[in-house]
Design a binder for this molecule. Sequence first.
Ligand code: BGC
Length: 549
Amino acid sequence: MSAKKNILWYQNAVFYELYVRAFRDSNGDGHGDLVGVIEKLDYLKELGVDCIWLLPLYPSPLKDDGYDISDYYGIHSDYGTVEDFDRLITEAHKRGLRVITDLVVNHTSDQHPWFVESRASRQSPKRDWYVWSDTDQLYQDARIIFLDTEDSNWAYDEKTQQYYWHRFYSSQPDLNYDNPEVAQAMLGVMRYWLDKGIDGFRVDAVPYLFERDGTDCENLPETHAYVKEMRRFVEANWPEAIMLAEANQWPEDVRAYFGDGDEFHMAFHFPVMPRIFISLHLENAQVIRDVMARTPAIPSGCQWCTFLRNHDELTLEMVTPEEREMMWSVYAPDDRMRLNLGIRRRLAPLLGNDLRKIVLANNIMFSLQGAPVLYYGDEIGMGDNIDLPDRNGVRTPMQWREGANVGFSEAPADKLYAPVIDSPEYGHKRVNVAEQRVNAGSLFNRMKELIALRKRYQSFFSGSQEFIEVAHPEVLAVVHCCDKGELAIFHNLSGSDVSFSLHHPPMQGAALTEVSCKDGRLSNPGQPTSAQVELDPYGSLWLLRDNSL
Ligand code: BGC
């Protein structure tokens, strides 16, 4: 995979978010590990994804599942060794799979030696590596993110009688990026992992790196300046590596993280995600069109990442209060399904385990510009366990086959890091990879087809994207245009058949090909003026006008 040619490899890549602890336990200790991931690389290749994103692997007391790092230069013993990690990178690359890892820049664990030293005394040389204050009254305009557990962003340290700043759990003190030593130390961490051959980082909790009184302490100019420094460093030494921003913000604010093409290569598009669920509920495509209309253009060489679910709660920060109430009442009717400002459920249960809706939601994601990111287990429609605390209910063992421990581990069931899902609807008998692989109509096979389809037509997704209105509010229609022609994609968000005539001038009178016609079709294609699009309930249709024909 040499330089220039693949330099923009990420722009149309399909990403797979993988939680190592949940994926495959190779040594029977009840925890998934890196060797287990190596065993399953061929599965990922078969699915067709291009890049794996690994959740944090570092040593950690696991108060926030590894997002509380106590050593940036190691691998958590549950996961294996640094040598296992090196082998994983080699084996993935051998198969043409890329690997990015989580980089947690904003905070460390309170057990990280930097913090242990910092809190030891006010005179500690590392005191200024974290944000300390005599009062808890500074930065009052900063919101609290973990609303269900924290009542302040300050925590009091008895011994040194000062407060330290934390945007997440109080066991995750924020690093002080005003201190150049901290900024430098994080570049050192990046160097270590990039030198190992990883293909980039998903950078955690980007907006919160700096604090300034009188602001909400998000997206500050200082943060952008540091991101530019990170980018220069990456670009100069590992030109193919990417930086992907986790910035749960409105598109206008996230746009700033692309800079002039000199900050992040990629950023998650948070606001479109809940709107896919809203539009499905309302059977109305308008909210998707609206949020895309307020999504600014981004510099060439940059790309959005789209997603439906991830390892966190389905966040409802980027919706109106009315939309949030609606999402809660529709998708989280039981209080236990709610967490902070979100919903702690997986994709299949959210969509009532209706295969048509699950495929449609994915199809919508795959038909938008941006690189789609799948969450492990959602490609087979895994369920969740709302009896587990925090976000653990969506992080249960991957269901490989029917039977003991779902093929995840050979450990006794009570030694597993989390129980496998065993409900009648989502348990191993109904939901597992082995069975879905051989069943042509399974979600797994539909996902494989969708990934292949998207990759076959990927050049269209680098051109222009236009949302067109058809006479039916329940239809989302998007047209991608490039020098090869036009690719028009139609989705029926409703549970009824829909049929309408195609009034998109570039496609009228042209020879059109149905490139995906499982649950939609074109009638009268020979008579372009009366060409009709017909969509089954929750059906989609991809139509191509090929310039070369
Ligand atoms: C991660 C969470 C984590 C938090 C604090 C996030 O945005 O996705 O899982 O708890 O950062 O690190």
